[in-house]
Design a protein around this ligand. Structure first.
Ligand code: AMP
Length: 368
């Protein structure tokens, strides 16, 4: 964590993540006393005083989701599904079956507080026998949280961890049932995941379901997002015991993953489908209005805003590679029509303003 004294001599810490802050606010506003379901999201900068490397920054941005008040495995499944759908909506390719390109959802269960001491004892026993193979960090972890050794990226630790006991060996019946429901539900939703016995969330407050979305193409820092259930944190921070589950996505990593599959667009003008041109500057306000209407329907559209000849605008439209150009001149405005020009065939015809957006949409077809 970034910890320092400000000019007033106060001790200040920059938040390293969002969950603890959300839980603090949840308790501070008495929501733990109301029962029922509370669902939140946040978006903002986070700070970690780690050694920077590719994909690891000291200031980065997270988008997070937290759900309080449900212990149901179906709630876990809904949250995991949201993470997957969100990444897909942000144009991150998420694998739908084994061996497919893109990001992969990994799943594990860390058990409950009844399971954890048994698991910790077994892990301590095992890794004490392999002490020589562990990195200095993991030797320290052995004393404080041996679970995290399972997740260490150091070669020696990874080798040592291969023969180790894992959380799923120590799950109680309730935790086993819980994670089975999560798995079944995800399968039912068509969400592909891989079980990963060595997936451990970095912070100690996680229980039961843990998940992460990993992109192999991102190098050593390959997690795009992750989360899990944290049924004890509200209580640990002084509130009424409330089950909770959530995730956080690293937005810089989302950008890195997007670029893996589709190189960044070089200009904001790329991928336009329609250009709205004007014969004289007097039609520009009308043209702007139609470009807006089309954009609101999800059709990427450009518009002329300059006093320049139609010929120049048509040259620009063809350079942009749009499929259609709408042309507004004084005559068209007068008659309440627009010319729709198909840029491929060069054909153009007037269309009345009523139903114009729908006509554009249907001409663009599935390629939209
Ligand atoms: P965590 O709470 O550590 O699981 O972080 C959630 C997500 O935030 C990770 O999956 C990463 O995508 C992102 N993230 C965490 N630490 C950093 C960092 N130092 N720089 C950039 N992104 C990060």
């Amino acid at each position: 964590m970034y910890l320092f004294q400000d000019r007033g001599g106060r001790s200040v810490a920059l938040r390293p993540e969002g969950t603890a802050s959300v839980v603090r606010a949840f308790i501070e506003h008495g929501l733990d006393k109301t029962g029922g379901l509370s669902r939140f999201y946040y978006l903002g900068p986070m700070f970690r005083a780690e050694r920077p490397q590719a994909g690891r920054r000291r200031q980065f941005h997270q988008l997070g989701v937290e759900v309080f008040g449900s212990a149901s495995p179906y709630q876990d499944a809904e949250v995991v599904a949201l993470l997957t759908r969100l990444l897909e909506a942000m144009n991150v390719l998420v694998a739908k079956k084994a061996g497919e390109k893109g990001a992969v959802l990994k799943l594990n269960s860390l058990g409950c507080r009844e399971d954890r001491p048994k698991l910790t004892a077994k892990l301590k026993e095992y890794f004490t026998e392999h002490l020589k193979e562990l990195c200095p960090d993991c030797r320290h972890r052995l004393g404080v949280n041996p679970l995290r050794i399972l997740d260490c990226k150091e070669e020696g630790c990874r080798k040592a961890a291969q023969g180790s006991v894992v959380p799923s060996d120590w799950l109680c019946k309730d935790c086993l049932n819980h994670v089975e429901r999560v798995k079944e539900t995800l399968k039912g939703l068509g969400i592909y995941f891989e079980w990963d016995n060595h997936l451990v969330r970095g912070l100690d407050y996680y229980s039961k379901t843990a998940f992460e979305v990993i992109h192999a193409g991102l190098g050593a820092q390959n997690a795009i997002g992750g989360g899990g259930r944290y049924d004890y944190l509200v209580e640990v921070l002084g509130g009424t015991a409330t089950p909770a589950v959530g995730f956080a996505v690293g937005l810089e990593r989302v950008l890195m993953a997007q670029e893996k599959e589709a190189p960044a667009a070089s200009s904001v003008w790329e991928n336009l489908k329609v250009f709205v041109a004007t014969v004289t500057p007097a039609e520009i306000p009308v043209a702007l209005g139609w470009a807006e209407k089309l954009r609101l329907r999800g059709i990427p559209s450009g518009v002329n805003v300059e006093d320049r000849p139609l010929k120049r605008q048509m040259e620009q439209a063809s350079k942009l590679g749009v499929k259609l150009t709408l042309i507004f001149g004084p005559e068209e405005v007068e008659k309440g029509v627009a010319l729709i020009k198909d840029m491929k065939t060069g054909q153009q015809e007037p269309h009345s303003l009523s139903g114009l957006a729908a006509a554009v949409e249907s001409r663009l077809g599935n390629g939209l």
